[in-house]
Design a binder for this molecule. Sequence first.
Ligand code: APR
Ligand code: PHB
Length: 401
Amino acid sequence: MKTQVAIVGAGPAGLLLGQLLHQAGIDNIIIERQSPDYVLGRIRAGILEQVTLDLLAEAGVGERVAREGQVHHSIELVFGGQRHAIDVHGLTGGKTVMAYGQTEVTRDLMTARNALGLTTVYEAQDVQISGFEGTSPCVSWTQPNVASAGSQRQELQCEFIAGCDGFHGVCRASVPESAISNFEKVYPFGWLGILADVPPVSPHAIVYGNSEQGFSLCSMRSLTRSRYYVQCPLTDTVDQWSDTRFWDELRRRLDPELAERIVTGPSIEKSIAPLRSFVAEPMRFGRLFLAGDAAHIVPPTGAKGLNLAASDVKFLSDAFKEHYLERSCAGLDHYSQRALRRVWKAERFSWWLTSLLHRFPDTAGFGQRVQEAELDYLVHSPAMSTSLAENYVGLPLDFGV
Ligand code: APR
Ligand code: PHB
């Protein structure tokens, strides 16, 4: 098999890149380790910045999100038993975010790719990449389910490899250790999340809570499906959290009025996720380019993960277009620097919001009082609220350039 750009990973980053390249006439094939159903079974955050919405529209998959997504004009913060609204729309001169699940973004992209008849190899086992330091990159894998292929290794010869294979993927792991620097921060707690078919407590804003019992978050997927989270110890397991225990704990972490308004129901998904900040530098190694979670992870506070993956893909697809359509390497040469500049700002924001809203086991006393002062300052200072708002809606693609 042969293609121009081999894309490893059919998450939102890989699928979006494939779509944008195809539209520019650049041939691509996606190699994915899991089945389509498995990929669609992952529950992730659901807040899209305008930059991401624009890109989805450019990729031809903007229609359903525009129709079904829920526009959010503000954020609500709950602390000290009281609720405070941050008027994101007013503070940013009219910007908003859209509540729409990442699973649905992935579904829309998969549907579009299938409709175009583009090749995606699912359930590829033991994927390996090679040759990216020279001029003949190659992706290989075993496809045990295809009778004609037997258990023979399959090979895809290409001109470039896009590593869109997430944090645990093979692409970043194939780079020699001496060529890569990793920056990491692991947080001493996790998020227990549940999905339930109940109307969201706040359909027009995400509610972020910081209480004595810890962080909480009220989000949504639609007007009939909600996503809620509470901070929990990393040692907890899902079996320790019955639905009743979850709802009781969430109510305890909100203000009385919201707690009263919450509609509870059986969970249809429940999971615990650890929180991590991670960046690998650079994001280019010869003919291998990393994008999305393959290169960086943010803690979910602020929901920047998918939005960052989308901006990487914007930079990378622009760079490939410059290469193939204008015969210029400038975009590819600047990709890593351009993407990392945006990545680090989102890393800073996600780390800051995480630090502000969680209870840290080792930060009693002084640290706790400083956090309380910062929250109080945030909701009363237009300067600081504006900083939160402009980051929440997403900084412009080349902010500061
Ligand atoms: N070979 C092929 N595919 C692989 C391999 C491999 N060795 N390892 C992982 N994959 C696939 C995964 O199965 C997954 O479908 O790569 C895909 C990566 O998708 P995501 O993890 O969703 O990452 P990305 O597309 O960068 O999307 C970023 O996802 O994790 C969230 O918060 C993050 O919202 C952000 C978004
Ligand atoms: C979500 O909807 O899952 C969500 C929303 C906002 C966040 C994180 C997650 O900051």
